[in-house]
Design a protein around this ligand. Structure first.
Ligand code: SF4
Ligand code: SF4
Length: 423
């Protein structure tokens, strides 16, 4: 019978609740966070499109948003197996779309990004698809960025004209599916409803022309959320020599050198690092060749050409542990924006048709003496095995410093939420 108080167990904790309420809400009201993405307070029945709230419910893997609580229910939210299933779902969403947080005006206000932080996600176990997806500037006020849409269906359910017509709807099927917008119906929306469309989108897929500028750091939705103090991070199990200083090498492949600048941002503590370690080949020391085997190699940048690949393979050969530093190293980052475009088109745009090209330019440099571009930018892990990753664009200096200290001192130092950044 509904409205009856029942008892259930979530992660072993006994909880009282009214029978028939959504599990995801009951858990939240009792201080247990089951992450969600498509879930929205004004939508019932729940959409259940994202599956991020997956839990083990009475021995079955199921979504918490669609489950109504019953007497005697036993729910497992945070066991390693279930947490890993949810993390894998978030990794798939990042790998399936083209998400480049540093260039996204939703950064800091984005639910998908926040789910990644909550789970301590630094790399996707699935290859990035780099699908070519359209950007639709056609509507009068809205701009659709399909690269970021997670097909959650919130906009389809919530954004309607005064006479109840859907402004957004699914188009195509299967892996070609996207959420299209009806230009004529969009014209009928009030300005407030257009802004609501932007805000119900959990990611940066619905933008409003002239009204979707990036919010300043420190004032964004998740900057203000102080509930998450630390992110879960990988346990570092690194055996370093006890009888000498560990030797570190660093390099920058296809990147902007920002990750190395972030190393320099460690500031005064760099003096401590120099006491604790010896640097070998690195742009920081200007030592250009390995003179000995190194304990740790730190790699910034992705692999865009044959020279990057050779340098990376030499690092794998000469270093016991490799650490990928920053988004370009992890999945290609900003240089990988070209992965959705044909290489020849990219070259023509860069050398012949860009705003900085000489009028009438005809030459695309192709000499064998310069590094040969690959068809796309690869992550470092596509080319050699990388042992650990530090995310961020660039990674936060405190995060880098804590990882170095964790490795050198052998004690796990927690990474604060604000230090674990993709943007
Ligand atoms: S902020 Fe969100 S929508 Fe924007 S690129 Fe990052 S994950 Fe994607
Ligand atoms: S546009 Fe935004 S709200 Fe609409 S389905 Fe895509 S992610 Fe969801």
């Amino acid at each position: 019978m509904m409205n009856e108080l029942i008892k259930l167990k979530i992660d072993g904790r006994e909880i009282e609740a009214i029978e028939g309420r959504p599990l995801v809400d009951v858990a939240r009201e009792n201080g247990i966070n089951i992450p969600t993405l498509c879930h929205f307070k004004d939508i019932y029945p729940p959409l259940a499109t994202c599956r991020i709230c997956t839990c083990n419910i009475n021995g079955r893997i199921d979504t918490a948003c669609t489950t109504l609580v019953r007497d005697g229910m036993e729910v497992d939210v945070n066991s390693p197996e279930i947490a890993d299933i949810r993390k894998a779902i978030v990794e798939m969403l990042f790998a399936e779309g083209n998400h480049n947080c540093p260039g996204c005006s939703k950064s800091g206000n984005c639910d998908l990004q926040h789910r990644g932080y909550e789970m301590g996600l630094s790399i996707s176990r699935f290859p990035h698809l780099f699908k070519e997806r359209p950007r639709d500037f056609g509507p009068e006020r809205i701009y659709m960025e399909h690269n970021r849409c997670v097909l959650c269906k919130r906009c389809i359910e919530l954004i309607k004209t005064d006479d109840g017509k859907n402004v957004f709807s699914f188009q195509n099927r299967g892996h070609q599916a996207l959420v299209g917008i009806d230009y004529e119906l969009e014209k009928q929306l009030s300005d407030e409803k257009v802004l609501e469309a932007r805000d119900v989108c959990p990611v940066g897929a619905i933008l409003v022309k002239d009204k979707s500028g990036a919010a300043p750091f420190g004032g964004r939705k998740f900057d203000l959320d102080k509930s998450l103090k630390y992110v879960p991070t990988t346990d570092l199990k690194v055996e370093l020599p006890k009888d000498r200083k560990p030797v570190i090498a660093t390099t920058s492949l296809a990147g902007c050198f920002g990750c190395h600048m972030s190393i320099l941002d460690i500031d005064d503590e760099l003096i401590d690092i120099i006491e604790l370690v010896e640097f070998n080949k690195s742009p920081l020391t200007d030592i250009k060749k390995f003179s000995k085997r190194c304990d740790i190699g730190i790699i910034e940048g992705g692999v865009a050409n044959n020279e990057n690949a050779e340098v990376l393979k030499a690092f794998r050969e000469k270093c016991d542990i490799l650490v990928g530093l920053g988004e370009c190293s992890i999945w290609g980052g900003l240089p990988a924006m070209r992965n959705t475009v044909d290489l020849e088109d990219c070259l023509e745009e860069a050398y012949l048709h860009s705003v900085t090209s000489e009028p009438g330019a005809k030459i695309i440099p192709r000499s064998q003496d310069i590094p040969q571009l690959f068809d796309k930018v690869y992550s470092t892990n596509d080319i050699v095995k990388i042992d650990y990753f530090i995310p961020g664009c660039p990674p936060n200096a405190d995060h880098i410093w804590k990882v170095i200290k964790t490795v050198l001192l052998g004690e796990q130092i927690p990474i604060a939420y604000q230090e674990f950044k993709y943007d």
